[in-house]
Design a protein around this ligand. Structure first.
Ligand code: ADP
Ligand code: MG
Length: 360
């Protein structure tokens, strides 16, 4: 039982009422006797959980398909208003995780909360306000994009929604009268994004929204994702290409073989990916040899020699030592550049190293 002090909306008198959390009571003002309805708030912990600062909270999620553990004890949280990238090679468990988040497949263990609502205990509330773009989807070929959006918005209970402006926002307004069957795969992707915008969801879950698109279209789709985020939406999207997430994500989780390898900001990924620069040194008359004098310098990971060029992967602090050692030993350095490895290369290296580890 809880006691609440309320104010009469008619005469402004204050008085106390008693009731249980969640209970709705007809009450009579002690002063002017007007009657009205009052609903006691739900239990405190329920209120707090729905005010969670996280849109998505995954704890120890595991999903098995018979003997295969597709998602293996994964935990991560997506803050409200964040763009979050789920990055991993094909077969890593991205789609399975997404489907588990949406309740489209039944998890074996772990907990998933959306906007503070547990998806198992509160499936309806948790799924409200989510725009989901699956990895593979199709539309009816014989409908125009507007008819398509009208069809889906009617299914969702909206009378037409603001579908013409959605088409404009994604850049399909000039093909509004064409049939979807004549669309390129990129245009279909844009229509998919317009479709998930119906109802103005606060969370977008997009499974590989840029897969198979060329760089120009990756930029177009990235810009649309940024646009949705600028309006306040939280975005969780998956990709198997690091450069797709690198430029727009606040945070990234790398998953491989069902396991979460690292979760951090994009700028911190370089630390985990152990990026090391490569020195490219051209030396007169090197002729494919590796000078003995530099072989044992601490901090060098690998040395390759090709004709008159040395390729040395090393810790950044070793660069000057390599050069002074070669110079001091009489090698004539003709040219010198440092190649910074891309995150993409390091990511590919990391996931292939992980695959190697499990095979041992
Ligand atoms: P990703 O989306 O990262 O490419 P998935 O989540 O689709 O990876 O798949 C993860 C693993 O689970 C893969 O080995 C895949 O073959 C397997 N898998 C996915 N769905 C099923 C299913 N319905 N039945 C059996 N195995 C599945
Ligand atoms: Mg997938």
């Amino acid at each position: 039982m809880v006691t609440k002090t309320i104010q009469c909306p008619k005469c402004n008198a204050h008085f106390e009422i008693n009731g249980n959390p969640g209970e709705t009571k007809i009450i009579t003002c002690i002063n002017c006797k007007i009657k009205g309805k009052f609903s006691f708030p739900q239990k405190q912990n329920k209120i707090e959980s729905s005010k969670s600062s996280y849109s998505i909270e995954i704890e120890n999620l595991t999903k098995k398909f018979k003997k295969l553990t597709a998602v293996d004890d994964i935990s991560f949280k997506v803050k409200k208003g964040e763009i979050y990238g789920l990055l991993g090679p094909n077969g890593a468990g991205k789609t399975t995780s997404i489907k588990a988040i949406l309740g489209l497949i039944i998890k074996n263990s772990g907990s998933i909360k959306i906007n503070g609502h547990d998806i198992t205990k509160n499936p309806i509330k948790s799924r409200k306000n989510i725009g989901y773009l699956p990895e593979q989807f199709t539309f009816y070929d014989n409908l125009t994009p507007l008819q398509t959006l009208n069809f889906f918005s009617e299914l969702m209970g909206y009378d037409k929604f603001k579908n013409e402006s959605l088409l404009k926002e994604v850049g399909l307004d000039d093909v509004i009268k064409k049939k979807v069957g004549t669309f390129s795969k990129e245009m279909v992707q844009l229509l998919g994004i317009a479709q998930v915008m119906i109802g103005d969801p606060s969370i977008y879950i997009l499974d590989e929204p840029m897969a198979g698109l060329d760089a120009r279209w990756v930029k177009i789709i990235s810009d649309k994702i940024k646009m949705l985020n600028k309006r306040g939406a939280t975005i969780l999207f998956s990709s198997h290409i690091l450069s797709e997430v690198e430029n727009i994500c606040d945070k990234v989780a790398i998953i491989n073989q069902g396991k979460l390898i690292v979760e951090d900001t994009v700028s911190n990924l370089s630390i985990y990916l152990k990026l090391k620069p490569q020195l490219k040194i051209t030396i007169e008359n090197l002729n494919g040899k590796v000078p003995e004098i530099i072989k044992n310098i601490e901090g060098i990971e690998s040395i390759e020699s090709k004709e008159n060029t040395l390729f040395i992967t090393c810790e950044p602090y070793v660069k000057s030592k390599v050069i002074t050692t070669l110079d001091g030993a009489g090698f004539k350095i003709i040219d010198l550049i440092t190649i910074q490895p891309s995150l993409e290369e390091a990511f590919i290296k990391m996931i292939s190293r992980d695959e190697g580890d499990t095979e041992q």
